[in-house]
Design a protein around this ligand. Structure first.
Ligand code: DAH
Length: 347
């Protein structure tokens, strides 16, 4: 019997070592230790062995069983390692240089933003920044936008929950709500409250409105705001600056025109159209590009500037609209999809 058991282990050893798949493993296991297995058959012979030999034989059988089990464990571990290796694929050498995907490209909105800032820096403007989470004061109140103005409606503005707290954005009054800024005009107020005139700032940034997305609308988009405060600033200065920046960006054949409009923070106020039919894909003779005007005396008074001494102009425009014109893009959604086929067209 002892010899039979030793022979059984000797036979199992190479068989188990050669197992490579789980079905093979299960079959081999059944052949030896399953209900109809070889070891099980030997165990059943115990009854025929004389009583006095049984304890010694029982010990031997147990040892054999343990031995077979450890061989099975080793075989299973080997199969699992092989499976993991197959899942991981070929070995990676982390010290090799990464594949060369070539240089990236700037996003078209980044290109237009930087170009506009460059054009404006040339004539003395510096870049100013403001938070995208704003309070009603900076976004509306200080800009002379009354409490019942439609722009303040929850249909147009994303208000934040009353429980929201923003340590970096201070409220003027506990009642006022936090919101996502609907325009970059809030930076005008922040800049004027921080410093003294003369002021010449450009502030590009992200803004938010409750718009349903389509080819020309997006719930978040980008604006570029300018504010100039000095003595004896006139509408002529405003018109001259707009002519200069659009001619610089879109070509010298670009012309602008003003249409009277209403904004609470400027008086008089205008909408700005431009004509740029020399650009490919531009068919309409006049395209609305933004709003502008002479800073309203109420706004000056609110930030503590004497309206008798200081005058100024301000304007704001959509960066997407500009980029669409410049590059002949016909759907605003391309800007946000991060499709490399779109992005890599802009150098
Ligand atoms: N804030 C306006 C908008 O979101 C644009 C605008 C109009 C900005 C007149 C100005 C301005 O600075 O003076 O449509």
């Amino acid at each position: 019997m002892q010899d039979t058991l030793t022979a059984l282990v000797a036979k199992a050893q190479p068989e188990f070592a050669a197992l490579t798949t789980r079905p093979e493993f299960e079959a081999a296991k059944a052949r030896y230790v399953g209900p109809n297995g070889e070891l099980t058959a030997l165990m059943k012979q115990m009854g025929t062995v004389p009583k006095d030999q049984r304890p010694a034989l029982g010990k031997l059988i147990n040892e054999t069983k343990t031995r077979l089990q450890s061989l099975l464990d080793a075989a299973l571990a080997q199969i699992e390692t092989a499976e993991l290796r197959a899942q991981l694929g070929p070995a990676v050498d982390p010290t090799l240089p990464s594949p060369d995907f070539g240089p990236g490209t700037y996003h078209p909105l980044t290109l237009v933003r930087e170009e506009m800032c460059r054009i404006l820096r040339k004539v003395g403007f510096t870049v100013a920044d403001g938070p995208e989470v704003e309070t009603e004061y900076y976004c509306f109140d200080a800009l002379n936008t009354p409490a019942d103005h439609p722009a303040r409606d929850a249909q147009d503005t994303f208000y934040l929950p009353e429980t929201a707290r923003f340590a970096n954005v201070a409220k003027k009054t506990p009642e006022e709500k936090y919101l996502l800024r609907t325009h970059t005009s809030s930076v005008q107020i922040r800049t004027m409250l921080k410093g003294e005139p003369p002021i010449r700032i450009v502030s590009p940034g992200r803004v938010y409105r409750r718009d349903t997305t389509d080819a020309t609308h997006s719930a978040n988009f980008h604006q570029l705001e300018c504010l100039y405060v000095d003595q004896n600033v006139t509408v002529r200065d405003l018109k001259a600056l707009l002519d200069y920046i659009f001619a610089s960006l879109l070509g010298k054949d670009t012309k602008t025109r003003f249409r009277p409009h209403y904004f609470g923070y400027t008086e008089p106020s205008f909408e700005v159209d431009l004509t740029a039919t020399h650009l490919p894909k531009v068919k309409k003779p006049w395209i609305e590009i933004g709003g502008c005007g002479m800073v309203d005396p109420t706004v000056f008074a609110d930030v503590g500037y004497d309206p008798e001494v200081w005058s100024g102009y301000a304007f704001g425009m959509g960066l997407e609209r500009l980029a669409m014109l410049l590059y002949g893009i016909d759907d605003i959604r391309y800007f946000y999809q991060n499709d490399v086929r779109f992005l890599k067209q802009f150098a």
